[in-house]
Ligand binder design. Structure first.
Ligand SMILES: Cc1cc2nc3c(=O)[nH]c(=O)nc-3n(C[C@H](O)[C@H](O)[C@H](O)COP(=O)(O)OP(=O)(O)OC[C@H]3O[C@@H](n4cnc5c(N)ncnc54)[C@H](O)[C@@H]3O)c2cc1C
Length: 380
């Protein structure tokens, strides 16, 4: 069998890409190494994504419009999103649903670990490990196989170097952690993470608590242990998970015949490590470019151009924020102080919910600029 496109990896990016291609009538195989895979993930998604992809209510087990930021000294700022919420999903259910949507649209969903990609006269021969499925051919490939993408390696895309290692533990609710049930809490604290942040995400029947770091001088297990101790949890987690998060797009993630999407392309925003939205948007944009390429010969590189046009300002803004404010505890203290400003909160939430940079009024911009300067000087 020779497919128009093989999508390697059945996470959010791959499942969305496969569904889009199949809906357009192309023959597509979605190859996932483990259909029961539970991707380590906080599962926080913005309202804009829920609306765009019509995520059913039963998958969004919490809709949280309150959020608390905590500074190294324990100062807390409570924020309320006036126009929306963060949705909490569980990846084991979420990914399964996305793959079933792809299957309904006509994609062939198969379990198998891609082990090699060999060029042929008019496409590629793809082999899986253990021969779970026999080698098959595809004219084009979409690499959606996550941060350690084997597809990117096989197709010689530029390397992706900057990666955060993140760890998360899940705890059943007990009286000592009941208080976290109704709001997202983010810890900006060097003891919890020297260059990222710690998160407490409430789910329907448990709390997901995690942290990350880019800095290999710190043990992620040590940081996580300290975080959990600081919160005051003494019970053991019922699940522990860890994985890498890319923090920078690859120099290029499209070529003449193939593309990368989601984590495989490095499409996770710095500072907050948000990747599900960008995985699904890149899966959709990438598949649409693939359809135009197959039907009209349009260059596949249009996909990368379009993605960068839409989201490069957000990536840039968050990179600056991380490199300025995540350096020392004094700066983190200043950062949390800035979060107390209502205008800062509104701008942050509006751009988070729909991933659009929302320009503030000139007066508001000047006020935020002055506050930044003041706090940067104060934070050293
Ligand atoms: C601890 C942690 C917490 C996070 N929290 C959040 C959060 O709260 N919100 C958010 O937006 N983002 C979060 N992220 C980031 C988010 O999980 C990713 O950005 C997102 O999953 C990317 O989706 P993807 O489809 O590109 O890749 P993935 O979800 O990684 O999916 C890749 C798929 O490819 C499969 N695969 C890999 N290799 C092969 C192969 N050779 N052959 C076949 N299949 C293969 C894997 O089994 C996997 O199912 C978090 C990440 C981590 C590690």
């Amino acid at each position: 069998m020779r497919y128009d496109t093989a999508v390697i990896g059945g996470g959010p990016s791959g499942a969305v890409a496969a569904a889009e291609l199949a809906r357009a009538g192309l023959s597509v195989i979605l190859l996932e190494r483990n259909l029961e895979n539970i991707k380590p993930c906080g599962g926080a998604i913005p309202l804009g994504l829920i609306e765009e992809f019509s995520i059913p209510d039963e998958l969004v087990e919490k809709k949280l419009s309150r959020m608390r930021a905590r500074s190294p000294k324990g100062r807390t700022i409570e924020m309320v999103m006036p126009n929306g919420f963060v949705g909490m999903v569980r990846r084991e259910k979420f990914d399964h649903w996305l793959r079933s949507e792809a299957e309904k649209a006509g994609a062939e969903v198969r379990e198998g670990l891609m082990s090699s990609i060999m060029p042929t006269d008019d496409g590629y021969l793809i082999t899986t490990l253990n021969d779970k499925i026999p080698p098959f051919e595809a004219r084009h490939i979409i690499g959606a196989d996550g941060a350690n993408s084997k597809t990117a390696e096989e197709l010689s895309f530029p390397q992706n170097e900057l990666k955060v290692i993140a760890m998360q533990q899940r705890f059943h609710y007990t009286p000592s952690i009941e208080r976290f049930r109704t709001m997202v809490e983010i810890w900006f604290d060097g003891e919890v993470s020297p260059d990222f942040y710690g998160w407490i995400f409430p789910k329907a029947d448990h709390l997901a608590i995690g942290t990350g770091t880019e800095d290999n001088r710190h043990s992620i297990k040590g940081l996580q242990k300290r975080f959990v101790e600081k919160i005051g949890i003494t019970d053991a987690p019922f699940l522990e998970e860890a994985a890498k998060i890319p923090m920078k797009p690859r120099k290029s993630f499209s070529s003449a015949k193939n593309i990368l999407v989601g984590d495989a392309a490095g499409l996770v925003t710095p500072a907050n490590g948000e990747g599900i939205f960008f995985a699904m948007r890149s899966g959709k944009l990438g598949a649409q470019a693939m359809i135009r390429h197959i039907r009209e010969g349009a260059p596949l590189q249009e996909y990368e151009k379009e993605f960068r046009r839409l989201y490069a300002p957000i990536f840039f803004g968050l990179e600056v924020l991380q490199s300025v404010y995540y350096k020392t505890d004094r700066l983190r203290e200043s950062f949390v102080a800035i979060c107390a400003d209502r205008d800062v909160q509104n701008i942050t939430f509006d751009s988070y919910l729909y991933k659009k940079m929302v320009p503030a009024k000139w007066g508001v911009q000047m006020k935020i600029f002055s506050k930044n300067i003041y706090h940067l000087i104060k934070g050293g």
